[in-house]
Design a protein around this ligand. Structure first.
Ligand code: KIV
Length: 282
């Protein structure tokens, strides 16, 4: 049986200086592509609220929506480690609520670990989950679930005091048992220092090249979402216009009758000249 990437593999990768690659995916077909590409980590991010469900932030995403999207990603993969995001409201109320919801993501969804946003104030929750056997990835810097508090999608840790706060949060998460930390939208030097100070890997998004790994959102990387393209999005393909062209070509062919052809159709063979009858047994 093929083995999925484990959290212990990631620590070893940091120690070897081998960069860790992570990407989001939210359903079966894209998760199959990720595995084919040999990427070891999929995050079923609550960014699905924006790019799949059309919400204007990640705040409305529910536990049921997360479980629904984690399941097909797990079904599509055998080797990739699947991380499920804990949506807003699923872990802030108490460590016990967090444990119940994280357990759903593992038991019902089939994920191998969870990610949650926040620093020192969620350290007890991280401890509760890890003690119960649920690996936790932290998420610091720009934490989109706090958009209403942050007042916009802005770079975090720009002042020395703010940078120190993020570092202290990172140390608190590591101490509580987190196995890795996403650093989102923080200055390059801040991410570098945090990465040097931590034993666990950092995974950056808009945090420069000094992190132990990188994560990108599927739709940003492939040019599939144009409502909002963050500056930190790495564009490796622009599939949106290609898809629109293909759809226009299909619509034109249907309208002028050139689709479908025989190739896409089932033509009934002419009936046999003499109807077959049961041959009497000798
Ligand atoms: O939800 C998400 O996709 C994320 C990444 C941006 C790290 O949290």
């Amino acid at each position: 049986m093929k083995k999925r990437t484990a959290i212990t593999d990631l620590k070893a990768m940091k120690e070897r200086g081998e960069k860790i690659v992570m990407i989001t995916a939210y359903e079966y077909s894209s998760a199959r592509f990720v595995e084919e590409a040999g990427i070891p980590l999929i995050l079923v991010g609550d960014s699905l609220g924006n790019v799949v469900l059309g919400y204007d932030s990640t705040v409305p995403v529910t536990m049921d929506e997360m479980v629904h999207h984690v399941k097909p990603v797990v079904r599509a993969t055998q080797r990739t480690h699947v991380i499920a995001d804990m949506p807003f409201g699923s872990f802030q109320t108490s460590p016990e609520d967090a444990l119940r919801n994280a357990a759903r993501l593992l038991k019902e969804g089939g994920a191998q670990s969870v990610k949650l946003e926040g620093g020192k104030h969620v350290a007890d929750t991280v401890r509760r989950l890890t003690q119960a056997g649920i690996p936790v990835m932290g998420h610091l810097g720009l934490t989109p679930q706090s958009i209403n508090q942050l007042g916009g999608y802005k770079v975090q840790g720009k002042t020395p005091a703010a940078a120190v706060r993020i570092l202290n949060d990172a140390m608190a998460l590591q101490e509580a048992g987190a196995y890795a930390i996403v650093l989102e939208a923080v200055p390059v030097r801040v991410a570098e220092i945090i990465t040097e100070k931590l034993d666990i890997p950092t995974i950056g998004i808009g945090a420069g090249w000094g992190c132990d790994g990188q994560v990108q959102v599927w739709h940003d990387l492939l040019g599939l979402f144009s409502d909002f393209v963050p500056r930190h999005a790495g564009r490796y393909a622009n599939l949106g216009p290609t898809i629109v062209e293909a759809l226009k070509a299909y619509a034109a062919d249907v309208r002028d009758g050139s689709f479908p052809t025989e190739k896409e159709s089932f033509i009934k063979k002419p009936a046999a000249a003499t109807p077959t009858e049961t041959t009497p047994a000798h």
